[in-house]
Design a protein around this ligand. Sequence first.
Ligand code: SAH
Length: 353
Amino acid sequence: MDLDAALAVLAEEGAPNYRADQVRQAVSRDFIDSWDEASTLPKGLRTALEERAPIHELVLEEEQRAKDGTVKARFSTSDGFPAEAVLMRSKDRYTVCLSSQSGCALKCAFCATGTMGLGRSLTKGEIYEQLLWAARTARKSDARIRNVVMMGMGEPLQNLDNVLGFCHLANDPDGFGLGARSIAISTAGWLPGIDALIEEPMQVKLAISLHAPDDVLRTELMPVNKRYPIAELMKTLKRYRTATRRRVYVEYLLLDQVNDRVEQAERLADLLHEHLPGGHHVNLIWYNPTGSGLNASAPERVERFQAILEKRRIPFTLRRSKGSDIDAACGQLAVKGAAAAARAAKRAERETA
Ligand code: SAH
């Protein structure tokens, strides 16, 4: 649902100004399921909106519920690309994890989404619609969305215009009203995007998926590191920190015998103290199996890693992901073969046209 498109329809139809507030209210506060439910609007306007700014651009293909209450939605775009969103609850807080692209081009070794390849980037409306789904679902248990993380499928900084467009829609105080600080954008280290965020006045959070403290290992795990190695990344993050004064969240997946050694914890601490002094927070992430051949660190190795960070005075949180029994956890979002199938279908369509 592209709210900006709906507001443009109002202008085209010559609707009076107050209609804009009614539309914002209906879409972003009442979470209407179709324009017919927007009873404050005249019928003719509802029809125009239905035709030119439909509430549902995405088709909800499937909803799965995990034992811990996590809900995963699988959508498809009107041209057949899959996208997934995950709604998570901890105590009375709801967090939703959104996809910025269908599939992903970056092919990180530990992540299932990379095996799909990139289908296409999602529009801001397609991203916003995932949030509206989450808000509707949370409402059923009288809850609201507190946090949004762009940690579903895709590399958000390779789709920055749409991701920022989405953030503006979510942040609109007359609309959804989510604080900018409640939105986190997570990147594998796409530096042009970080540079662009330096110029962005909206105070969204930035998370960087680091996962290894040296170039040899990081390139092995994350091919993007070949293009943007750690030294460049750290220089860019330092510039980001200096310009915005915002904290940088560093994601570090603990992989058994791969990146969880004592020297690696020390090296991680060195990097952060050197380049982001006082401006970092590490999220240690429990690895979710994806068939990659990698394993989650043994508990005693996790403890040792944490002990070193503690000793080095690096603030950190250990995160266990949710929803792993329905493949809804970090790195498990992949619809096998679907993106390739959708591309093939499109090609076939073009050829017969
Ligand atoms: N492309 C962006 C956002 C998507 S991934 C990025 O790389 O940050 C969101 C987070 O999930 C990242 O920190 C990613 O590294 C992590 N992740 C990927 N695969 C995982 C897995 N199998 N288990 C746990 N976390 C994983």
